[in-house]
Design a binder for this molecule. Structure first.
Ligand SMILES: Cc1ncc(COP(=O)(O)O)c(C=O)c1O
Ligand SMILES: [Zn+2]
Length: 401
C-alpha cells in the first residue's frame, strides 16, 4: 500500500491516511496521494500482464492495505468499442465508446462503490449514509451487503425506479425525498451529524474517486498507453472526470504516458448545466442551477461540491463543457442502439450528442481519436424507450419488410 497522505486541493492541508475522515477542515474534498517514486521502482506496465481483468489489477495505485478487506464483484476492464459505423456517419472515424453498461449493478458507480466500501470496511465503519440520484445508492447498497456494512440511502422520489429495487433487495434502508439530490444531501448531513454515521456523499469521503479513476487507467492501458485526443464524460457530481484526470496525472508521474493529455469534455444537459455555465464564463466554481430537470436524471446535480476540480481538469487539458438538449439525448440513445447494438443510459447517450455538436463546430477534428464514456446500461432506463409492438393472434401472418 503506497498511500503517503490525504491532501486538500484547495488549501494544501495534509492528513494521515488510515483514519476515518470526511472533508478538509476548509470544507474541500480530500484527494489520496501516493508515493509515486516508490511505486515507480516496483510497478511496471509489464506487471499488468496476467493480472485479473478487474480494477484491482491497479492495486498499487489504490488505497487498500489489507487485501482481505477488498469487496470485488468483478468490476472493471469494461470494453472499449470502436464505433465504426456511427463514427463514419458523423465524420469522427476514430470514435470509441468505453461501455460501463456491463459492469456489476449496470453503472460505473460500481467502481466508486468497490473502492469506497472496501476502504469503509478497512476503517471499521458499520453504518454509512448517502444521497444519490439512484445508481450510486444501488451500487453502494450492493457492495455494502457482502462487506457487512449497513447502508442508508436517500434519493429523489422522481429518480428512475430500478435502483430502488436494487437498494431494497440488498438490504439497505431506503428513503425517497420530494426534491432533488441536494435536498437528499441535506437530510443525510443532518442524520450523519446526529448519529455519527459515515457520510458517503459524493466527494465527502476520499476513496470513491480512487475507484472511478480506474476508468482513466483502463483507457490508457486499452490504448496501449498512447492516449486518445478527446474524452467526453457525462458530468453530474463530476467524480468520474476528476478521477480520470487524476489517473492520467499519476500515470504521467510514473512515466507511463507522455504529458499531452486528452482534452476532457464535461457533458451536461441544457436542463441542468452549472459546469457549462461556469466554463463559458471562465469561472473556477459553479453556481446553484435552479429548477434543474433533465431526462438524463443522474446528472441532475445543481451544484457539485467538486465543481472547482472539474473545471480545473477541463482548463488544464484544454477541454470544454457542452450542454445538450434532452431531445438530442434520446436521438443519440437510439442511434447507438440501431447503428452499433449498444443500449446505453441517457447520460452516456448525451456524450454522443455532444460529440456531434463539437464535430459540427470544428472543435473535434476528423483525425481526433475520441472516447465517449457510457456510464451505464440502458436496461436500467426502460422508460426512455416507448414501444408499442403489434400483437398477433396465433396463426397470423407477418407482413413482408
Ligand atoms: C449513469 C450515470 N452517469 C453519470 C453520472 C454522473 O457521475 P459523476 O458524479 O461522476 O459526474 C451518474 C451519477 O449518478 C450516473 O449514474
Ligand atoms: Zn483544505
Amino acid at each position: 500500500m503506497y498511500v503517503s497522505r490525504l491532501e486538500c486541493p484547495k488549501c494544501g492541508a495534509t492528513y494521515e491516511n488510515g483514519k476515518v475522515i470526511q472533508l478538509c477542515k476548509c470544507g474541500s474534498p480530500l484527494l489520496v496521494r501516493y508515493d509515486l517514486d516508490q511505486i515507480k521502482k516496483t510497478f511496471q506496465k509489464k506487471d499488468l500482464i496476467g493480472r485479473r481483468p478487474d480494477l484491482w489489477r491497479y492495486r498499487e495505485l489504490l488505497p487498500i492495505k489489507n487485501e482481505g478487506n477488498i469487496v470485488c464483484l468483478g468490476e472493471g476492464m469494461t470494453p472499449l468499442l470502436l464505433l465504426k459505423k456511427l463514427g463514419k456517419e458523423i465524420n469522427i472515424p476514430n470514435l470509441y465508446m468505453k461501455d460501463e453498461g456491463i459492469i456489476p449493478t449496470g453503472s460505473f458507480k460500481a467502481r466508486g462503490a468497490a473502492v469506497g466500501v472496501s476502504m469503509a470496511k478497512e476503517l471499521g465503519i458499520k453504518v454509512l449514509a448517502m444521497p444519490t440520484n439512484g445508481n450510486a445508492g444501488a451500487a453502494w447498497a450492493m457492495y455494502c451487503a457482502p462487506a457487512g456494512i449497513k447502508a442508508v440511502i436517500v434519493m429523489p422520489e422522481s429518480a428512475p425506479p430500478i435502483p430502488r429495487g436494487e437498494c431494497a433487495i440488498a438490504g439497505a434502508s431506503l428513503y425517497l425525498v420530494k426534491g432533488l439530490i441536494s435536498d437528499a444531501g441535506k437530510i443525510v448531513a443532518t442524520a450523519v451529524a446526529d448519529y455519527g454515521w459515515f457520510d458517503a456523499s459524493t466527494l465527502k469521503e476520499p476513496y470513491r474517486i480512487e475507484g472511478k479513476k480506474t476508468m482513466g487507467l483502463e483507457i490508457a492501458e486499452q490504448f496501449d498507453w498512447a492516449l486518445p485526443d478527446v474524452i467526453l464524460y457525462p458530468t453530474g457530481g463530476g467524480v468520474g472526470i476528476i478521477g480520470i484526470y487524476k489517473a492520467l496525472l499519476e500515470l504521467v508521474e510514473l512515466g507511463w504516458i507522455h504529458d499531452k493529455l486528452p482534452r476532457l469534455v464535461a457533458v451536461q444537459s441544457t436542463g441542468c448545466a452549472p459546469i457549462v455555465k461556469a466554463w463559458e464564463a471562465k469561472k473556477t466554481e459553479s453556481e446553484f442551477w435552479k429548477d434543474a430537470k433533465t431526462i438524463a436524471f443522474s446528472i441532475t446535480v445543481p451544484k457539485a461540491i467538486g465543481d472547482f476540480l472539474v473545471l480545473d481538469a477541463i482548463y488544464k487539458t484544454n477541454g470544454c463543457a457542452v450542454a445538450v438538449e434532452d431531445s438530442e439525448i434520446l436521438k443519440a440513445e437510439e442511434l447507438l442502439a440501431s447503428k452499433e447494438g449498444t443500449f446505453v443510459c441517457p447520460e452516456g447517450a448525451a456524450t454522443l450528442s455532444a460529440a456531434i455538436q463539437l464535430q459540427k463546430s470544428g472543435w473535434i477534428k476528423p483525425e481526433d481519436r475520441v472516447v465517449l464514456l457510457n456510464t451505464g446500461s440502458g436496461l436500467k432506463y426502460p422508460e426512455t424507450v416507448q414501444v408499442k409492438p403489434t400483437v398477433l393472434n396465433p396463426g397470423d401472418l407477418l407482413p413482408q419488410i
